[in-house]
Design a protein around this ligand. Structure first.
Ligand code: PLP
Length: 360
């Protein structure tokens, strides 16, 4: 160990790198194919790219000026979109920043954060950064959460429960009655609705009843601006006021702000694209229904968790990569035979289905 590592905060020094998705050029090199042949179905990104009007909005910005620390225009637009008062909304540099801010606000060293594996990796990552214990309560075989086990895990050291709905990577929703059971304990319950625009189902109406509820959303997936990093939270006024107080003052950059304003202005077009991705996901489901050796779990998101019966997920991953198709594999043992495949364009879906016929 280097001298420097000896004086680092021990829990920080041992944090494992978060492995996000690699750039297309790297994927192509590793698979020995041309970069233009890469089909990225590994990060639930929007395969249509950014919407033209959104890109245009970025060409006339005052890049020399700091963004608004109070996010006035952004919060007003989000308020109009969500039907919520601006006092209940905060924007973050991706949903990821909101997760981190919640840790900073609520979680002290040694306290615990609860999630339900398999799920999004950032909850555990951010909890480890906070030197908190991450308690992962396993989901059952159809990926529903186990309420009795969760209620047992919620002791006086537990601070936040994170539940994605639809859950990534399993695709299923959190039920209102399960959410209520957890909210009744008084612990902070963050319902991550990053895939809301695909599922069209929200628990945001519960905000009227519970000041410990946080609804998390993002522009990364449906709005096609993952690269600009904007997400937001809706919660009680008290909670939002404190999040606003502790955030980095200029957390949303001027490009992210302008892109979100344009995305909301042209939301009808973007929502049409989201709907067409659901059509592609359903095409994929139908194709898989006709194939031997592969099945899928029902999904409300723009992705499908697929199970391979005759080979491991790793083998299927490598075989798909040879066709230029990159999907998401997982380290968890419950997912050794599963890959998450994002919905693509119609052409990408054609190529995917052809490849699956050979690979499955
Ligand atoms: C992608 C994703 C996020 C984070 O998205 P950002 O790009 O940080 O806004 C949050 N939660 C889930 C479940 C996701 O899949």
């Amino acid at each position: 160990m280097s001298q420097l590592e000896n004086i680092m905060r021990p829990h920080m020094a041992k944090i494992a790198t978060y492995h996000g998705v690699d750039p297309s050029a790297e994927l192509a090199r590793d698979a020995g194919i041309k970069p233009e042949d890469v089909i990225r179905l590994n990060a639930n990104e929007n395969p249509y790219g950014a919407y033209d009007k959104v890109s245009e909005a970025l060409t006339t910005l005052d890049l020399h000026l700091y963004p608004d620390t109070q996010q006035r225009k952004l919060r007003a637009a989000l308020g109009e979109y969500t039907g919520q008062p601006v006092e209940r909304i905060i924007a973050g540099a991706g949903g990821d920043e909101i997760i981190d801010l919640l840790m900073r606000l609520f979680v002290e060293r040694g306290q615990s954060v609860i999630d339900c594996e398999p799920t999004f990796g950032m909850y555990g990552f951010s909890a480890r950064l906070a030197d908190a214990e991450i308690v992962s309560v396993p989901r059952n075989s159809t990926w529903e959460i186990n309420i009795p086990a969760m209620l047992e895990a919620i002791d006086d050291q537990a601070r936040i429960v994170f539940l994605a709905s639809p859950n990534n990577p399993t695709g299923n929703l959190l039920t209102e009655s399960d959410a209520r059971s957890l909210l009744e304990t008084g612990i902070v319950v963050c319902v991550d609705e990053t895939y809301y625009e695909f599922a069209q189902i929200s628990l945001s109406h519960l905000l009227e009843e519970y000041e410990n509820l946080v609804i998390l959303r993002s522009f990364s997936k449906w709005a096609g601006i993952a690269g600009l990093r904007v997400g937001y939270a809706i919660a009680s006024e008290t909670l939002i006021r404190h999040l606003m107080d502790i955030k980095q003052p200029y957390n949303i950059n001027v490009a992210g702000e302008a892109a979100v304003l344009a995305a909301l202005k042209y939301r009808d077009e973007l929502l049409k694209r989201a709907a067409s991705l659901i059509v592609q996901r359903k095409r994929l489901e139908e194709a898989i229904d006709g194939l031997d050796g592969i099945s899928y779990y029902p999904s409300e998101g723009n992705f499908l968790l697929c199970r391979f019966e005759h080979r491991t997920a790793e083998e299927a991953y490598v075989a798909l990569a040879k066709h230029g198709i990159f999907v998401r594999r997982f380290p968890q043992s419950v997912l050794v035979d599963s890959l998450r495949i994002s919905a693509g364009t119609s052409e990408q879906t054609d190529r995917l289905i052809d490849a699956l016929r050979i690979v499955a």
